[in-house]
Ligand binder design. Structure first.
Ligand code: AMP
Length: 190
């Protein structure tokens, strides 16, 4: 099994690359942001809860997110592995993921991080906001808050996975194809 955390700040290209890589390696792609947006669209209880955080660019509380992630993994018991996109985003999510996978006899093979400068990230998000319909992509204040959440709560996960010897940084600027090639070089080793 190949279980990979695709990591990086908002706008790094995780979603774009995950869609390509899941086909290539026949993996299940779980994007916690997409699952939340699906729930918001369908006005579920989870969606209503998540919306007030997402609208501000804040992280959704850990326990809600962790429970949702576990349910998504459980839905896909027959798979070659998972690409986790946008999860974990806090130390307690990372610990919960490890504990959960260990119970299932699984593990994270690697964290693959897309490294992109903040200037490029802001440009990409504002560009995406023109077509994505995502309010958290159009308002610069919300974008700034998402970076702040990333820098204060999520970025530390680089150390968490480095200590486990499974952090792999990939230069995330350039064309989509160039970045895919760099990711494939790493995926093939995991
Ligand atoms: P994304 O689509 O990954 O950019 O996520 C959009 C928004 O969904 C984030 O700004 C958070 O509000 C929420 N979200 C997605 N994944 C998580 C997570 N692992 N933990 C907490 N909030 C999350």
């Amino acid at each position: 099994m190949k279980n990979i955390v695709l990591f990086g700040p908002p706008g790094a290209g995780k979603g774009t690359q995950a869609i390509i890589l899941k086909e290539k390696y026949n993996l299940v792609h779980i994007s916690t942001g997409d699952v939340f947006r699906f729930n918001i669209k369908n006005k579920t209880v989870l969606g209503l809860l998540a919306k007030k955080y997402m609208d501000q660019g804040d992280l959704v509380p850990d326990q809600v997110t962790i429970n949702m992630l576990k349910a998504e993994v459980e839905k896909n018991s027959n798979t070659n592995g998972f690409i986790f996109d946008g999860f974990p985003r806090t130390q307690s999510q990372a610990e919960a993921l490890d504990e959960f996978l260990t119970l299932k006899g699984m593990k994270i093979n690697g964290m693959v991080a897309l490294e992109v400068s903040e200037d490029v990230l802001v440009k990409r998000l504002l560009e995406r906001g023109k077509t994505s319909g995502r309010t958290d992509d159009t308002d610069e204040g919300k974008i700034r808050n998402r970076f702040n959440e990333y820098n204060t709560k999520t970025a530390i996960l680089k150390e968490y996975y480095t200590e486990k010897g499974c952090y792999h940084g990939v230069y995330g600027e350039g064309s989509i194809e160039e970045i895919t090639e760099r990711l494939v070089d790493v995926f093939n080793t995991l």
